[in-house]
Design a protein around this ligand. Structure first.
Ligand code: DAT
Ligand code: MG
Length: 133
């Protein structure tokens, strides 16, 4: 059964010109890009998106970072889209992400880890609604 995931290339990835290379990985894997938009995330949307981290000491910097320039927001679709996109993206900290994953190949630190991907089908539905309603 087909599934949708929300994926977002963060401002550092966009700034560094990585959109094409990253989109290529999803397409090569077999996930289809069904919607995409380059846009600046509002403060309000950023705070909602990272609401699960609002008590963390890095929350303010996280919101500043994600709103610091355009992101490339996407919906990808295919079998197991959520799990498959997370495995392409790799672990949260690029220093621990293996080469071959997007964060492992393109990132250095957890503060600027290039890309977001939904972590469950329920969160994917919420995030798609939040960004593409
Ligand atoms: P993920 O993006 O892998 O789903 P998450 O939802 O736990 O990870 O955290 C969201 C983002 O918050 C993550 O991509 C980068 C940032 N972050 C997480 N832990 C952090 C930390 N210890 N220091 C700084 N930023 C952090
Ligand atoms: Mg997450």
């Amino acid at each position: 059964m087909s599934e949708k995931a929300f994926v977002m290339i963060k401002p550092d990835g966009v700034r560094r010109g990585l959109i094409g290379k990253i989109v290529c990985r999803f397409e090569e894997k077999g996930l289809a890009l069904v919607r995409a938009e380059l846009r600046v995330v509002s403060h309000e949307t950023a705070e909602a998106h990272y609401g699960h981290l609002k008590d963390k000491p890095f929350f303010g910097e996280l919101v500043d970072y994600i709103t610091s320039g355009p992101v490339f927001a996407m919906i990808v679709e295919g079998k197991g889209a959520v799990k498959n996109s997370r495995s392409l993206i790799g672990p949260t900290n690029p220093a621990e992400a293996p080469p071959g994953t997007i964060r492992g190949d393109y990132g250095l630190t957890v503060e600027e880890n290039v890309i977001h991907g939904s972590d469950s089908p329920d969160n994917a539905a919420m995030e798609i609604d939040r960004f593409f309603k």
